[in-house]
Design a protein around this ligand. Structure first.
Ligand code: NAP
Length: 247
């Protein structure tokens, strides 16, 4: 077993990598030698981030909630980079509200992007991974999928669903060499969390044992590990990356 992480020859498809955690994950995988598809709904932004990273990249667009768009984006990425060997399901969004004010549209938007999106991408890459008897699928869930959170019934349900999805797919494809795991971040500073009022931010900070909010690179480290040879004997797991917020 090598003790360094070398992903040369690997091809990663990272959804929601035009900014935030996904961009941090894509950069880390790329620095480790992988070719990387940058994916978001905005093609210009996806291509900008791909160009920023340099060689061994392509920018493609899809709304992960739309199966036909996902299939087309994966085909486009594979035509440039080759077969996908690492899938990171990171694209996600929030539409927070107390249950009583949560509309069916808020529910569908979050469940379709955060959970159904991972189903679409996983379904599109799994056959190739099975044939090659190798593959890594890493789903970005959330501690909220474990603990629940007021005002986030839709989001928590999507992330809890993603954890159940991960464990099921891990069991189905372990014998084919495909390892499927979750990373569950706590509070990470990105566009998604930027609007949180200062008092709520301070209250959260007081619960974090390591005494600081998380950064995209904190999540990227965990993803890099799960994508590497170091995680060879690990599947169906949820790795919580929250600075000790939920212990
Ligand atoms: P972010 O800064 O808002 O970035 C979200 C990314 O997902 C963007 O690249 C966005 O690109 C893309 N995206 C959103 N909806 C999409 C869709 N339907 N199809 C394709 N791409 C889509 O969010 P983030 O904080 O980095 O979060 C990334 C992931 O980590 C999410 O799954 C989130 O739930 C999870 N997470 C975040 C935190 C946190 O504290 N930040 C904590 C736990 C878990 P476009 O808008 O251009 O499409």
């Amino acid at each position: 077993m090598s003790t360094t992480i070398d992903l040369a020859g690997q091809v990663a498809f990272v959804t929601g990598s035009t900014r935030g955690i996904g961009k941090g994950v894509a950069s880390a995988l790329h620095r480790a030698g992988a070719s990387v598809a940058i994916v978001g709904r905005d093609i210009a932004q996806a291509q900008r981030v791909a160009a920023e990273l340099g060689d061994r990249t392509v920018g493609v667009a899809c709304d992960v909630a739309q199966n036909d768009q996902v299939e087309a984006a994966i085909a486009a990425a594979e035509s440039v980079l080759g077969p996908i060997t690492i899938l990171v399901n990171n694209a996600g969004l929030t539409r927070d509200n107390l249950l009583i004010r949560l509309s069916p549209d808020d529910w569908d938007a979050v469940l379709n992007a955060n959970l159904k999106g991972a189903f679409h991408t996983t379904r599109a890459v799994i056959k190739g991974m099975m044939k090659r008897r190798a593959g890594r699928i890493i789903n970005i869930a959330s501690v909220v999928g474990i603990t629940g959170n007021k005002g986030q019934a839709n989001y928590a349900a999507s992330k809890a669903g993603l954890i159940g999805f991960t464990k099921s797919v891990a069991k189905e494809y372990a014998s084919r060499g495909v390892l499927v795991n979750c990373v569950a971040p706590g509070f990470i500073e990105t566009d998604m969390t930027a609007a949180l009022p200062a008092d709520a931010r301070a209250a959260l900070l007081s619960q974090i044992a390591l005494g600081r909010l998380g950064q995209p690179d904190d999540v990227a480290g965990a993803v890099l590990f799960l994508a590497s040879d170091l995680a060879w004997y690990l599947t169906g797991q949820v790795l919580v990356v929250d600075g000790g917020m939920v212990i």
